[in-house]
Design a protein around this ligand. Structure first.
Ligand code: SF4
Ligand code: SF4
Ligand code: FES
Length: 251
């Protein structure tokens, strides 16, 4: 009779190949993927990033936090027999049979430079630095490309209306992966536009929290100087011990 395994056990089973270096003959489930057009058999259940490493690729670019926060591992893929070009974060997405994968090291997007203190807090600032904002055709491709499932088109529409608060709130979880920008037919750089809106909103509408002011004063008075010097002079062994003994938040 065929052995039944839960999905979590299957994932754990597959991950053994990267976490313990288990022998290939002990891996039960396999899929075939294509990296830069070359076929590889990899354990099912691995993330795209793990599967590429399993296949022998070493990430020099396109990898950072490995936890879905840094936005470095943007991936474009198409599945065999499917016309749709899809996007994902390699560290957060599991491989599937027949994926044709390409890593995007970064989106070569134009980023405006500005001094936030010298900008006027009105709708004009977004169009001044990103005039292409007016070209949005509301096609929603950016929203469909976003691995964070943000309503990208909506925050762009809010930017067009000059609603800084709405843009700041809706784009808050953006990890700057660039996938929306590389798919946009109007060539907007949504994440840089949102970043400017967040900075303007933060600078002009959000008050500095009291606890932050207190902490800054404490730092200026040297409250942490001794601890800091201790860290700077510590050996690797001592640093490991500090880390192991660190204060942790309760579960
Ligand atoms: S992909 Fe570009 S044009 Fe389409 S909705 Fe998004 S910002 Fe607008
Ligand atoms: S909004 Fe764009 S840059 Fe930000 S996470 Fe989504 S796709 Fe990536
Ligand atoms: S490596 Fe940081 S989001 Fe994937």
């Amino acid at each position: 009779m065929k052995e039944k395994m839960s999905i979590m056990d299957r994932i754990a089973e597959s991950n053994k190949s990267v976490t313990t270096g288990i022998d290939e003959k002990d891996i039960k489930y396999w899929v075939t993927i294509y990296i830069m057009g070359k076929a590889y058999k990899v354990p099912a259940g691995l993330t795209i990033m793990q599967s590429m490493e399993f296949a022998g690729y070493r990430f020099v670019r396109s990898a950072g936090c490995r936890a879905g926060f840094c936005g470095a591992c943007a991936t474009v893929y198409r599945k065999a027999g499917d016309y749709k070009l899809q996007t994902a974060m390699a560290c957060q997405t599991r491989v599937e049979e027949g994926m044709y994968l390409v890593q995007i090291p970064f989106a070569p997007a134009e980023k405006a430079t500005y001094d936030i203190n010298k900008e006027k807090y009105n709708i004009g600032v977004l169009f001044k630095h990103y005039p292409e904002l007016a070209r949005c055709v509301a096609c929603n491709t950016c929203t469909k490309s976003c691995p964070q499932e943000l309503e990208v088109m909506d925050y762009i529409q809010d930017a067009i209306k000059g609603d800084f608060k709405a843009v700041a709130e809706e784009s808050f979880d953006c990890i700057q992966c660039g996938l929306c920008a590389i798919r946009c037919p109007a060539e907007l750089v949504q994440y840089h536009i949102a970043q400017l809106a967040r900075r303007m909103y933060g600078h002009y509408e959000c008050h500095e929290p009291e606890h932050l002011k207190i902490r800054l004063k404490e730092i200026e008075k040297g409250k942490y100087k001794e601890d800091w010097n201790k860290l700077i002079k510590a050996t690797i062994k001592e640093l490991e011990k500090f880390y192991a003994d660190r204060e942790r938040e309760p579960d």
